[in-house]
Every structure is written in structure tokens, then in C-alpha cells.
Design a protein around this ligand. Structure first.
Ligand SMILES: Nc1ncnc2c1ncn2[C@@H]1O[C@H](COP(=O)(O)OP(=O)(O)O)[C@@H](O)[C@H]1O
Length: 334
């Protein structure tokens, strides 16, 4: 009598669920260019094709991903002065619409170069209607774009707003803008606030970064406390990296230490994922066993390659299978 694979304890187990991962598409219908220091090429037009490659692969996969995480900077700031923001957004959203998988959009600096925070709220880039819970709104203030969702029993994902404290997206007349300006000016004396301070330990205080308000951190505390109690596995995603060993110091969130302190005080967190840097980064936080992953950006990926990944989630690990320049990784729950 043969042994069916369902009864073979050594047969590979199917994942509990899978999800797609993509970052920094930064699409614009313009010729290739460079980053600010002209060290890296940016393929603005080709990025749409690389997005299509990712979406086609997820559409065609035998087991559809439960969702896609889009880690921010979906269209480039260069669209704005050309009056092309809506056209570029429509082009990328048409591609997402062709894929029958729910997308969770993170907001990055380029979202705010193209749209105000109030324009983003309720737009197709606002995926908070898929939230199980989110921070309570303060009347008269634009909301914090943060929420949690639970795609599978025992697993929670938290989308965080890295530009909650920022000069981007907030109205110049607002108290929040004023507070962000006071904070950045403590560290950045440059006339152009996009120019990083020379001191490496302050280099993140630029206008293209931002931070997390006390309200957002308190809400995260409450989400993580509940998850600790239920012994859930929590993955946090944001545009901005928060672990200094996972990225270049110029890409970190302004108050990354505050967020790291919250993460470190809860055993439920297994992974933190971000984009923004365009170069991949990874470190295992030694104190907590939390994996900090910074995801390669599509915009700086050569047109004949790819930059997306599919993560398979098991009871004891997540396995990232990368396409093109995105590396494979096994993220054990420690
Ligand atoms: N070293 C710098 N000095 C001055 N401005 C800068 C510097 N680096 C970036 N910028 C400006 O900051 C903005 C965001 O930079 P960009 O490289 O487009 O961000 P991202 O990495 O998110 O794509 C752009 O307007 C860019 O010109």
C-alpha cells in the first residue's frame, strides 16, 4: 500500500498563506534619470513594466497571494510639475486592477509630492477600508494613515504612517507642520531642508523623511499588547526603515528609536518591512529576534530584471522568494 503525501510527515507542508511584496515603483512617463547624487540610474518608464511583471506573476500563480504589500512611492514626484500626477496614478492603478489580489498601499514621500494628505484620504491609495482597527481620529485634523489587519488567524499586519510627523502632506498652517518644522530645525541648519545634516547621527533629519507621533505609537502599543496576549505573530510595514543596521542612516525615520523601543517591548513582533532606500537591507535585531527588512526599489532596477517577492508564511517562519535582484530569505520566528 502506498503512502499518500498527505500522510507523509516529511512531505513539504503548504504555507498557511502567501503575500506579495513590492516597493518604490516611482513610475513617471519620462526618460531615465538619476538619484540626487547621480550615482544610481532611475528607470521611470520601465518601472511600470516591472510592476506589470510582478502583478502578472501573482495573477497567474496557482495559489493566489492573500494580499500585496506596496511599500510606498508608487508614482514619482516628477509627475507633479508636469501636471501628470493623476495620469501616472491611473496608469499604475489600471495594472493593479488587472490583478485579482487585494493591495495594501503604504504612503511614502513621493505620494505627498503628488497629492496632499486630504487628497490621499479616501483615494484608491487609501487601503484603510480593509482595516480591522486604526487610531481614532482627532476632529479637525487629517487622519494618521495607520491600521492593522489580520489575514489569517494568529497573524496581524500593521501599516504605519512614516510621514505622520513631517513637513510633507501636512498643511503649513497646522500645528503638526509647525511641530515638524521645529523638530527638523533642531538638527538641520541647511537652507535646503532636503540636504542632510553632515553629522551622520543626524543625517536622517531631512524633508524627505518623517516620523511617528506619540498618538500613533500609543495606538501601536495597544495593538501589540493585544497581540502579545493572543500570542499572535505581527509584521509591521512602513515606508521608512527604523533599524540602523537595515539601511543607510540617511533613510531612517526621524524618531526611529521611539518605534524600536515600542517594538522591543512586545514579544509578538516578528518582522518590520520598509522601502525608501531602493537598496535592500536586512538585519536581525539581536535583542528581540525581529527581522528588519528593507526592500529593493523597482525604480532603480534595470529594465531586464525584476524587483518583487512572494512571501510564504508558515507556523514557524516566513520564506521570501525574490524575483530579479530581490534576494531570497528565510525569516524564522525566534
Ligand atoms: N543631498 C541632497 N541635497 C538636496 N536635496 C536632496 C538631496 N537628496 C535628495 N534631495 C531632494 O529630495 C527629494 C527626494 O529625493 P529622492 O531621491 O527623489 O527621494 P527618494 O529616494 O524617496 O526617491 C528630491 O527633490 C531630491 O532632489
Amino acid at each position: 500500500m502506498g503512502t499518500s503525501s498527505a500522510m507523509d510527515p516529511c512531505a513539504p507542508q503548504p504555507p498557511l498563506f502567501t503575500f506579495g511584496l513590492i516597493a518604490d515603483v516611482q513610475y513617471a512617463d519620462i526618460d531615465d534619470g538619476f538619484n540626487f547624487t547621480r550615482t544610481r540610474r532611475r528607470y521611470y518608464r520601465s518601472s511600470l513594466q516591472l510592476l506589470k511583471n510582478a502583478l502578472r506573476s501573482w495573477s497567474e500563480s496557482a495559489v493566489k497571494p492573500a494580499f500585496i504589500l506596496q511599500l510606498g512611492d508608487l508614482i514619482d514626484g516628477f509627475n507633479k510639475p508636469r501636471g501628470a500626477s493623476q495620469r501616472a496614478l491611473d496608469a499604475v492603478l489600471r495594472e493593479f486592477a488587472s490583478c485579482p489580489v487585494r493591495v495594501h498601499h503604504v504612503w511614502g514621500n513621493h505620494e505627498f509630492y503628488n497629492f496632499s494628505r486630504s487628497e490621499l484620504v479616501g483615494s484608491p491609495l487609501d487601503s484603510s477600508p480593509y482595516a480591522d482597527s486604526r487610531p481614532s481620529e482627532v476632529p479637525g485634523q487629517d487622519p494618521i494613515y495607520a491600521y492593522q489587519f489580520s489575514p489569517f488567524p494568529g497573524f496581524t499586519f500593521v501599516v504605519l504612517d512614516g510621514y505622520d510627523v513631517s513637513l510633507l502632506g501636512r498643511q503649513e498652517s497646522s500645528e503638526q507642520y509647525n511641530n515638524a518644522m521645529n523638530l527638523i530645525k533642531l538638527y538641520n541648519n541647511n537652507e535646503d531642508l532636503n540636504c542632510p545634516p553632515e553629522l551622520e547621527c543626524h543625517s536622517r533629519f531631512t524633508m524627505f523623511n518623517g516620523g511617528y507621533s506619540r498618538e500613533q505609537l500609543d495606538w501601536l502599543e495597544s495593538v501589540l499588547s493585544a497581540a502579545d496576549e493572543k500570542q499572535e505573530r505581527v509584521t509591521i510595514v512602513s515606508h521608512l526603515p527604523v533599524h540602523p543596521y537595515s539601511t543607510d542612516s540617511v533613510c531612517l525615520a526621524w524618531n526611529y528609536e521611539d518605534l524600536l523601543a515600542v517594538i522591543r517591548s512586545h514579544s509578538c513582533v516578528v518582522c518590520y518591512m520598509a522601502g525608501h532606500a531602493h537598496d535592500a537591507g536586512y538585519c536581525l535585531d539581536q535583542d528581540t529576534g525581529v527581522h528588519h527588512l528593507t526592500v529593493d526599489g523597482v525604480i532603480e532596477t534595470v529594465p531586464d530584471s525584476d524587483a518583487y517577492g512572494t512571501v510564504s508564511v508558515y507556523a514557524d517562519r516566513m520564506v521570501l522568494v525574490g524575483k530579479g535582484r530581490m534576494a531570497d530569505r528565510v525569516l524564522l520566528f525566534l
